[in-house]
Design a protein around this ligand. Structure first.
Ligand SMILES: *Cc1c(COP(=O)(O)O)cnc(C)c1O
Length: 383
């Protein structure tokens, strides 16, 4: 590998993953151990004393994620929500105020509205593509964090990361970016001014719909250390097998994302030309309101396509139930294609809130199957 600036694919395969010094194993083993032999009282080997605090498989994943995001410290958790909760309780205390997206991931909104709010952390939901609205919300009261998700789930709104970093920093707030939809391959928020990146590694990082996990990567080593303290103190860590699955997923992230993007672009074009589809939401389409910003800050536009059906909720539900290759399921980012109705499924918890999604909306996680088979399936389901 080029010693100076290894490329993304090289880092994904090698960063934090030196061959085992004892036996030469090329692939990081699953260290299924809770504790470690100490050579003397208080002398753990290589700093490993208990696996909630540190585990070699998890350490390899954490180093790899930090390298891919150009961060100082990576931390792996039991789920994306565990990562978010640990971050929230590290950055905020009762009395603080946070700005969140007006179409945040449903679980994130639930964390802020049902857990953080009763604890004393207030939030304001803002349409993040509107930078002036974010500035006004940040200035209206002392704000600890501007929490960004881009692209958003399920409406694919795009937020301008450098502009929002400036808005947050001029008021002394930190900028957090949930970059799950982009994955570390398509967008690296820390290089654009963000302080912390959040991933649900359940999605593209793992990439095979066989693990639930989360991650944080910080730009600053000091903040990384504070988060590591809370990770250990609160204990929502990724187990060794889960860490290993995500580490394995990362090795093929670049090639998978290229194919996800190829297929999603074809699906978006197909849906846009279909008479039963009213609107296609995909940042890769030139008429998408976030297209220009996405082009500046993303390598490509991702594998998620949402659309609104002219026939309303009934038509949206019917399409979801008629596809065969696109499986009707929550989650996203795996090699297989999935379809869902956000209003009744992933975002049901946002019903009646400012984050409610339209009921004629269908979300597709476009997999890496043969594109002609995917288009045939959608064509048949749309009738
Ligand atoms: C899935 C998801 C999460 C939550 O992650 P889990 O691994 O399900 O806990 C957070 N943010 C986004 C954007 C997601 O898609």
């Amino acid at each position: 590998m080029s010693e100076q600036h290894p490329g993304f694919e090289t880092l994904a395969i090698h960063a934090g993953q030196d061959a085992d010094p004892n036996n030469g194993a090329v692939i990081t083993p699953i260290y299924a151990t809770s504790t470690y032999l100490q050579d003397g009282v208080g002398s753990p080997r290589q700093g490993y004393e208990y696996s909630r605090t540190r585990n070699p498989t998890r350490s390899a994943l954490e180093k790899c994620l930090a390298a891919l995001e150009h961060g100082a410290r990576g931390l792996a958790f039991a789920s994306g929500m565990a990562a978010e909760d640990t971050l929230l309780r590290t950055l905020c205390k009762p009395g603080d105020h946070v700005v969140i997206p007006d179409d945040a991931y449903g679980g994130t909104y639930r964390l802020f509205s049902k857990v953080a709010e009763p604890w004393g952390v207030a939030h304001t939901a803002v349409h993040l593509p509107n930078v002036d609205a974010v500035r006004a919300a940040v200035r209206s009261r002392p704000t600890a964090v501007v929490w960004v998700e881009t692209p958003t789930n399920p409406l694919l709104a795009v937020a301008d990361i450098p502009a929002l970093a400036e808005v947050a920093h001029e008021s002394g707030a930190l900028l957090v970016v949930d970059s799950t939809f982009a994955s570390p391959y398509l967008q690296q928020p820390l290089t654009l001014g963000a302080d912390v990146v959040v991933h649900s590694t359940t999605k593209y990082c793992g990439g095979h719909s066989d693990v639930v996990g989360g991650a944080l990567v910080t730009a600053d080593a000091g903040l990384g250390e504070r988060l590591a303290f809370h990770q250990n103190a609160m204990g929502a860590v990724a187990g060794p097998f889960d860490a290993w699955l995500v580490l394995r997923g990362l090795k093929t992230l670049a090639v998978r994302m290229e194919r996800h993007c190829d297929n999603a672009e074809r699906v978006a074009a197909f849906l846009q030309a279909h008479p039963k589809v009213g609107q296609v939401l995909y940042p890769g389409l030139p008429d998408h309101p976030g297209h220009e910003v996405a082009t500046k800050q993303m390598r490509r536009y991702g594998g998620i396509v949402s659309c609104r059906l002219r026939g309303g909720a009934a038509a949206a539900i019917e399409v979801c139930e008629r596809t065969r290759l696109f499986a009707l399921a929550e989650s996203l980012g795996g090699i297989e294609s999935l379809i869902e109705h956000p209003g009744r499924m992933t975002h049901a918890s946002a019903a009646g809130s400012p984050l409610e999604v339209p009921d004629d909306l269908v979300r597709l996680s476009v997999g890496i199957e043969t594109i002609d088979d995917l288009l045939d399936d959608l064509g048949r389901a749309l009738g």
